[in-house]
Ligand binder design. Structure first.
Ligand SMILES: Nc1nc2c(ncn2[C@@H]2O[C@H](COP(=O)(O)OP(=O)(O)OP(=O)(O)O)[C@@H](O)[C@H]2O)c(=O)[nH]1
Ligand SMILES: [Mg+2]
Length: 380
């Protein structure tokens, strides 16, 4: 049916009033005909044809323009979802992919600070006979230093008044500024991490962060602890606090008294139990030059049987024999003087840092972040 109104709008492109004027009829009449096209007569059509230049056929067969639609699929909303999934996966993977925190424990004078210095290839920590280290000292690679620390190399923190220090917030500006008691160049550590010659603790420091340019720190954080079992109760407390936050542990005890005191065995067992994985344990008989190479098997055998009797195998759900084998493999010696006495430890530590730990993390990422990026990126 003829749609006069659309014909006027789309073909003639003139207003109702103008067409009415040209047809010499009233606007009301035209409006009436537009609304009732069945009442349009032939003479009206002839008049309209003359006026518009369109044939009557054209006018009658006029079809209003349809509004077309190009049906395009929305390929963006699926990307919104994929990108937010990728963001979540990336956040989780970043959380998992953290360098291990390797904590050093052991009685005073075991040689913890000395070993950390030799792993770093520089004398970052003070070491000497008599109880020395007085706060947890946390070595991180210089590239990990947050910009807001400026040219400072060291940040000394107090424990929060409530709860424990949160290791995940150690580089957070607001968190650190609340707990900071000092910061500056490496020299300031003298005032905070060591006792004086009378054994007095000089500072309220609980945790001292030092940023050092040492290759090993690209693969891990190293945490020195005060020797436990000193007269100072705080020292043992520092050590206990650290145990809860570590990923791997180096337990050190002098070779000439290697795990032969009840106090050492007790501390060793308690702290070892916190480890998620037996392969993250290094038990080191230090200053092994004091006993000599030929006595190593003897002290190892004695230390292993002193510690293995305590049902430790249950901690890692291992059958007793398998546990004995794996556990015995975690015992090492160390000596500054003798390459033979330190090479097995150095190889195991290198292997742990270069291969074992990164592989463990990548397995964890694959388990916990199942939708791999490549699957998310594929266009299907
Ligand atoms: N000759 C020799 N001396 C060592 C070796 N390891 C440690 N020492 C010495 O043992 C003493 C104690 O070493 P530290 O590294 O201070 O011991 P620590 O375990 O950090 O002691 P605290 O901080 O008191 O808990 C220092 O005089 C070191 O030089 C070693 O392999 N060979
Ligand atoms: Mg020390």
């Amino acid at each position: 049916m003829l749609s006069l109104e659309q014909f006027r709008d789309e073909r003639l492109r003139i207003s109702k009033e103008e067409l009415a004027y040209r047809l010499n009829i009233s606007t009301d009449k035209l409006e009436f005909l537009e609304q009732n096209p069945g009442l349009i007569d032939l003479s009206f059509l002839v008049q309209l044809s003359q006026l518009s230049g369109y044939s009557i056929d054209d006018i009658i067969q006029f079809k209003p323009q349809e509004i077309l639609l190009l049906d395009v699929k929305d390929s963006y909303s699926k990307w919104d979802e994929r990108l937010s999934q990728m963001k979540k996966s990336l956040e989780r993977a970043t959380e998992i992919f953290k360098k291990p925190k390797i904590a050093f424990f052991g009685p005073s004078d075991a040689g913890k600070s000395t070993l950390i210095n030799s792993l770093c290839g520089q004398k970052v920590l003070v070491s000497r006979w008599t109880p020395l280290t007085s706060s947890v000292v946390h070595l991180k690679h210089v590239a990990d230093k947050p910009k807001w620390m400026g040219s400072d190399e060291v940040m000394v923190l107090q424990e929060p008044s409530e709860g424990r220090l949160d290791y995940d917030l150690l580089l957070d500006e607001e968190y650190c500024k609340k707990l900071k008691i000092d910061s500056g160049k490496l020299e300031i550590t003298r005032n905070h991490i060591s006792r004086d010659y009378k054994g007095e603790i000089l500072s309220k420091a609980h945790h001292t962060l030092i940023f050092v340019d040492a290759p090993i720190l690209k693969t891990c954080d190293l945490l020195d602890s005060p020797g436990y079992g000193t007269e100072v109760k705080g020292d043992t407390e520092h050590a206990k606090r650290l145990i809860k936050s570590m990923d791997a542990m180096v337990y050190m005890c002098q070779s000439n008294g290697f795990l032969n005191k009840k106090e050492d065995v007790d501390f060793f067992i308690k702290s070892t139990k916190q480890l998620p994985n037996l392969e993250h344990l290094f038990v080191v008989a230090s200053q092994a030059q004091l006993i000599g190479e030929k006595n190593v098997p003897l002290i190892m055998k004695r230390a292993i049987s002193a510690t293995i009797n305590m049902d430790l195998h249950q901690t890692w759900n291992l059958e007793k024999e398998m546990f004995r084998k794996k556990f015995s493999n975690r015992f090492f010696t160390y000596s500054l003087e003798s390459e033979v006495l330190r090479s097995r430890f150095e190889r195991a530590m290198t292997n742990f840092l270069e291969l074992e730990y990164p592989e463990l993390l990548s397995r964890k990422v694959q388990q916990e972040v199942p939708s791999s990026f490549f699957a998310l990126l594929s266009n299907s």
